[in-house]
Write a protein that binds this ligand. Structure first.
Ligand code: AP5
Ligand code: ZN
Length: 217
């Protein structure tokens, strides 16, 4: 399957993507995780992305689209993928369409995670992220690691993401409404969108997502 996951910052895209990708045996491709890995390795791409991310703004399309395409070209993505955080504006959605057309592929579904803003703020305020791999995320109340401050998956140190400050989260939400929400209508016009509530326990949301995807397929 080829799936796009959309939803505001803190909706639980990364959390759900990890379970969905495993259940569906497809790779989880997160542009946010790819950027953070490049930043921690000090690559030129990471240097280009860092200032935008710190400010809660989108990294320019010319950087993002190339990086996403390179990742989709990897052998493990040949049978399908779950995109998380890409596309994030209309230009990226059109670029993805072009890429898929060129490779004679198509999307199966766009899974839209709906969650009230007050919940998003609580989720982001309590999120803790692993220094080794930003796909390893926890929450001080809702998904506590076994040992405080230590990643269950790899033993890495947990920290608070620099763009999770209240001011930057507000900016990211504003960017989401202005730039990203329009892609939901774009995909609705193609009949691809399934919207689910992202409220409730993590495993309840995963089940809801699996049911919605099965109904769509
Ligand atoms: P990115 O990393 O994509 O961030 P985001 O979209 O803002 O999403 P988040 O990672 O904040 O949240 P999430 O929805 O994954 O939630 P999570 O599962 O962690 O992007 C960061 C930046 O990179 C952007 O601002 C931009 O600068 C740049 N960027 C990335 N892609 C780009 C693109 N395509 N173009 C341009 N720029 C791009 O969950 C949040 C918390 O809630 C966690 O603590 C979790 O444990 C908890 N939680 C999850 N589910 C539940 C639940 N059901 N109940 C209770 N708690 C829960
Ligand atoms: Zn880890």
């Amino acid at each position: 399957m080829r799936i796009v996951l959309v939803g505001p910052p803190g909706a639980g895209k990364g959390t759900q993507a990890a379970y969905l990708a495993e259940n569906l045996s497809i790779p989880h491709i997160s542009t946010g995780d790819l950027f953070r890995a490049n930043i921690s390795q000090g690559t030129p791409l990471g240097k280009q992305a860092q200032e935008y991310m710190r400010a809660g703004q989108l990294v320019p399309d010319e950087v993002t689209i190339g990086m996403a395409e390179d990742r989709m070209n990897q052998p493990d993505a040949a049978g399908g993928f779950l995109l998380d955080g890409f596309p994030r504006n209309l230009a990226q959605a059109e670029a993805l369409d072009g890429y898929l057309r060129e490779h004679d592929l198509s999307l199966d579904a766009v899974l839209d995670l709906e969650v009230p803003e007050a919940e998003v703020v609580k989720r982001i305020a309590g999120r803790r992220t692993c220094r080794n791999d930003s796909a390893h995320t926890f929450h001080v109340e809702y998904k506590k690691p076994e040992a405080e401050g230590v990643c269950d998956e790899c033993g890495g140190e947990l920290y608070q993401r620099e763009d999770d400050s209240e001011e930057t989260v507000r900016k990211r939400l504003e960017v989401y409404h202005r730039e990203t929400e329009p892609i939901i209508d774009y995909y609705k016009s193609k009949g691809l969108v399934v919207t689910i509530s992202a409220l409730g326990k993590v495993n309840e949301v995963t089940q809801r997502a699996m049911d919605a995807l099965a109904a769509k397929a």
